[in-house]
Ligand binder design. Structure first.
Ligand code: E4P
Ligand code: PEP
Length: 338
């Protein structure tokens, strides 16, 4: 069951609802959005129905739901949400470009990539300090040193930082540097991690598991929302198919499907899906026209020397094309580029 509080509900109205549910033996998860508070109830639905919750002050709407996700569902929150990352919006009216190096390697490389991103109109800087690598012999990232480099580059450029956290015990430390926490494809169903990032008080980018259905992806988002955090951006980054010409297959249909099922913003990652520089622009275009709320791409000042994912990193001239495409398609899609 889900309770959507009315816009004028006070904190004590919310507390009273939680108290009534908990006194009756249920559990209540409070999620605070920009304009509304949503309370998800877990327990005996028939018992909740007898509590006259809809008659309580500040309660807007009470609905029984049978899906495995409630707080992130569009049913409960008909308006699409806007997530703000240090003031940068990601949502239905904008087309946000997030760009930066796949991995933070050196201060010089990170600053050069950030400058490239900024010249292309990116308003958020991506960069991995903790890298989830298939091989344990591959570059694993600089760890906390990488986060310090990102923080310096943020000071230098003003770009807020999006960076991945790999394990639950590192969430607090990564969150102390990051403006947005990224949960990668390999960790989409790491439920302990999802709960921790949900409690970290920072916006979260949740990448779709490469083998996950859209429903599983939304249930993963629900774990974060259950901890009181509705500032979640979903990122379609390609799924595993039988095709070997590309690294993964960008599931373009996931954009409108996820947006219909959930109020959360949805963006695409054409870099990790195609895995090839020449595919980034066409995949970005496809994602944007399908309704994506933003694009996240890898860039590198010298991809030939990149320690991770060089073949998909954009260089300056690709970025100029991407930037032009975003400008043109923003107009076509009725969005602004924040
Ligand atoms: C990049 O960001 C990931 O760490 C990378 O895609 C992992 O893939 P790989 O280790 O198989 O190269
Ligand atoms: C990344 O964006 O750095 C990354 C590792 O992506 P994914 O989890 O989608 O592979």
């Amino acid at each position: 069951m889900v309770i959507v509080m009315s816009p004028d509900a006070t904190p004590s109205d919310v507390d009273a609802v939680v108290a009534r549910v908990e006194t009756a033996g249920g559990r209540a998860f409070v999620s605070r959005g920009v304009s509304r508070v949503i309370v998800g109830l877990v327990g005996d639905v028939d018992l909740f129905a007898s509590l006259n919750l809809s008659g309580m002050p500040g309660v807007g709407q009470v609905t029984r739901v049978s899906t495995g996700y409630k707080l992130v569902s569009r049913e409960q929150h008909p308006d699409r949400s806007v997530v703000h990352v240090r003031g940068v919006p990601i949502g239905p009216d904008t087309l946000t470009l997030i760009a930066g190096p796949c991995a933070v390697e050196t201060p010089e490389q990170t600053l050069a990539a950030a400058r490239m991103a900024q010249r292309a109109g990116a308003t958020l800087l991506r960069g991995g300090a903790f890298k989830p690598r298939t091989s344990p012999y591959a570059f694993q990232g600089l760890g906390e040193l990488g986060l310090k480099i990102l923080a310096d580059v943020r000071t230098e450029t003003g770009l807020p930082i999006v960076t991945e956290v790999l394990s639950a015990h590192e969430v607090e430390m990564v969150a102390s540097y990051a403006d947005m926490l990224q949960v990668g494809t390999r960790n989409m169903q790491n439920f302990t991690l999802l709960r921790e990032v949900g409690a970290a008080g920072k916006p979260v980018m949740l990448k779709r598991g490469m083998n996950a259905t859209i429903e599983e992806w939304l249930m993963a988002a629900e774990y974060i929302a259950q901890r009181g955090n509705l500032s979640i951006v979903l990122c379609e980054r390609g799924i595993r198919t039988f095709e070997t010409a590309t690294r993964n297959t960008l599931d373009v249909s996931a954009v409108p499907v996820a947006q219909r099922l959930s109020h959360l913003p949805v963006i695409v990652d054409p870099s990790h899906s195609g895995g090839r520089r020449d595919l980034v622009l066409p995949l970005a275009r496809a994602g944007i026209v399908a309704g994506s709320d933003g694009v996240i791409v890898d860039v590198h000042p010298d991809p030939a020397t990149a320690l991770c994912d060089g073949p998909q990193a954009l260089v300056e001239e690709d970025l100029t094309d991407l930037s032009r495409t975003i400008e043109d398609l923003s107009v076509y899609m009725g969005r602004t580029n924040p």
